[in-house]
Design a binder for this molecule. Structure first.
Ligand SMILES: [Zn+2]
Length: 250
């Protein structure tokens, strides 16, 4: 006689598969997030190398968010054919790959990467970086100065703790709780040197954030650490948050 599965047996098998899948999925998600975090660290390392090369070629300066070498204090480097003045373009020509500025965990990675491939539109490239949880520069190492002026590395008192760039929130509020209410992780400064407008650092890698220091090393900072680091961050902070201002000693 031909044996068939009963409905109960079938349901039991389905239930067992569901339980196993339920156990496996979180582990898979965690593994995926770990790999994104590591890829992100590698992107920061390459940006750090570009920062060092730029530093060597530009008599010790590191690029600011915007403006940089055209501010009259330093001549434009020879061979610089970039029309953009933004830090991503200043550094991007050393690595030849602007997609390094898109965090692997960005929810809009595809849109940002597509925009960065259009080299005819510098402003759109920058806008995508600003909007979609990419890698942001700390545009506030010395009040508003670093927003549009290159910083000479000799002026940085503690390069190993000063944050040059980090995982940023992006301006698109669909992906974050706006400034001042986002659990203390407020700052980034893709665009604005003004505390009330800037987006924030984003601890999106399992509640941690990757950051590139001025000496080129990359570190992973937990949400709790980030909150502590940000104490004293502001237009006239007292004391100034030492990780974000060039004139602070460790
Ligand atoms: Zn990241």
């Amino acid at each position: 006689m031909k044996k068939h599965f009963t409905l109960i047996e079938l349901l039991v098998v389905i239930a067992i598969i569901a339980i196993l899948a339920g156990m496996l999925l979180p582990a898979l998600n965690q593994a995926r997030e770990r790999s994104r975090k590591i890829s992100c660290v590698n992107e920061f390392k390459q940006i750090g190398l570009a920062m060092n090369m730029y530093n060597n070629d530009s008599r010790g300066y590191i690029p600011a968010w915007n403006g940089s070498l055209d501010d009259g204090t330093i001549p434009k480097e020879s061979g610089d054919t970039s029309t953009g003045k933004f830090w991503i373009h200043r550094l991007g020509r050393y690595v030849g790959n602007l997609t390094l500025w898109v965090c692997p965990a960005s929810p809009e990675r595809g849109v940002a990467v597509a925009a960065l491939k259009d080299t005819s539109d510098y402003n759109n490239q920058v806008a995508r970086i600003i909007n979609y949880q990419c890698i942001g520069i700390n545009a506030k190492t010395g009040g508003k100065a670093f927003y549009n002026r290159a910083l000479h590395s000799s002026r940085i008192k503690s390069p190993s703790i000063m944050i040059y760039a980090g995982d940023g929130v992006g301006k698109n509020t669909a992906y974050y709780t706006p400034a001042n209410t986002n659990d203390g992780c407020y700052t980034s400064m893709f665009t604005y040197p003004d505390d009330n407008q800037g987006p924030a650092w984003n601890p999106r890698h399992n509640n941690s954030c990757n950051m590139l220091c001025a000496d080129g090393h990359v570190k992973n900072v937990s949400r709790a650490e980030l909150k502590t680091m940000l104490l004293g961050y502001g237009s006239t902070p007292t004391p100034r948050a030492k990780n974000f201002y060039y004139d602070q000693k460790d």
